[in-house]
Design a protein around this ligand. Structure first.
Ligand SMILES: NC(=O)C1=CN([C@@H]2O[C@H](COP(=O)(O)OP(=O)(O)OC[C@H]3O[C@@H](n4cnc5c(N)ncnc54)[C@H](O)[C@@H]3O)[C@@H](O)[C@H]2O)C=CC1
Ligand SMILES: O=C(O)C(=O)CO
Length: 246
């Protein structure tokens, strides 16, 4: 939204902050586990009736616990992911952000570093920045080449933050081990998107906040915002309160 323009025209802008952080972090963590432990692929293996000998080493996944997770964008959702990773899975947290996040540093022992350092050192790289001009294709060929070839890339933010062609090449050339993505450059993605042909990627149809509880809570807050606005009152989560004056 062009909030400045809305404010200029005296139009209220509202959002639903806070409500989806934990739900989205759960989905992103699910993507990390699914990708590392190859859950969708091995689920299909059982259902296809192929489980007739014990699992072979080339079907093994990799550990998540006690590995290093690099979070690009340590905001509300990034912090909720760090909490799960550090307190639940004993993971070491590196992060890159526009500014230091002291709360995450204290609560989850998160260590601030520059982007290249994060890419070089992390076993999992999780992208959680907003889509802006600065973050467009933030992850491209150079960044994927910086990652370990045993590392896993997760995108829970916006598709445009990643150069999908570069991600395809990185996965195909085994520059990185695998990827898990909830978001695409174009949504719904074209079924012919080359990424979908790869074995080492887990894909989701942008399900970050898609639980019954979370969708209900977001809708309720949106309706509360609307009701207040229509009565000329300040909505509970207004983005541009300045239109009401001080
Ligand atoms: N997959 C899904 O269903 C969902 C995806 N999202 C996406 O996740 C994004 C993050 O959400 P929140 O954590 O709530 O936002 P937030 O605003 O709390 O956190 C974003 C963080 O990214 C940092 N950042 C911004 N530009 C940066 C840059 N160029 N370099 C480094 N850091 C930068 C900010 O400083 C901030 O700490 C949203 O903007 C949205 O695109 C949000 C909700 C659900
Ligand atoms: O609110 C968002 O940013 C979403 O991605 C919806 O799930």
């Amino acid at each position: 939204m062009d909030v400045a323009e809305l404010t200029k025209r005296n139009i209220m802008a509202t959002n639903t902050p806070g409500i989806l952080d934990d739900t989205t972090a759960d989905a992103i963590f699910g993507l990390m586990l699914s990708t590392a432990r190859r859950i969708p692929e091995l689920n299909q293996f059982v259902k296809d009736g192929k489980w007739n000998i014990s699992l072979q080493p080339d079907q093994y996944g990799v550990d998540v616990h006690h590995k290093t997770l690099g979070i690009i964008g340590m905001g509300n959702i990034g912090s909720a992911i760090a909490k799960r990773a550090n307190l639940g899975f004993g993971m070491n947290i590196l992060y890159h952000n526009r500014s230091r996040n002291k709360q995450a540093e204290e609560a989850y022992q998160a260590i601030y570093c520059d982007l290249d350092e994060l890419l070089e050192q992390s076993d999992f790289v999780c992208l959680m920045v907003p889509a802006t001009k600065e973050t467009e294709k933030l992850m491209g060929e150079r960044q994927f080449k910086k990652m370990k070839n045993t590392a896993i890339f997760i995108n829970g933010s916006r598709g445009k933050n990643v150069d999908e062609d570069a991600l395809y090449d990185a996965l195909q050339n085994k520059d990185i081990l695998a990827a898990g993505i909830d978001v695409f450059t174009e949504e719904p993605t074209n079924p012919k998107n080359p990424l979908l042909s790869l074995k080492n990627i887990v894909t989701l149809p942008h399900i970050g906040s898609s639980t019954t509880e979370c969708e209900y809570n977001m809708s309720k807050l949106a309706a509360d915002n609307l009701k207040s606005g229509l009565k000329g009152e300040k909505p509970p989560s207004i983005i541009n309160p300045e239109i009401f004056g001080n």
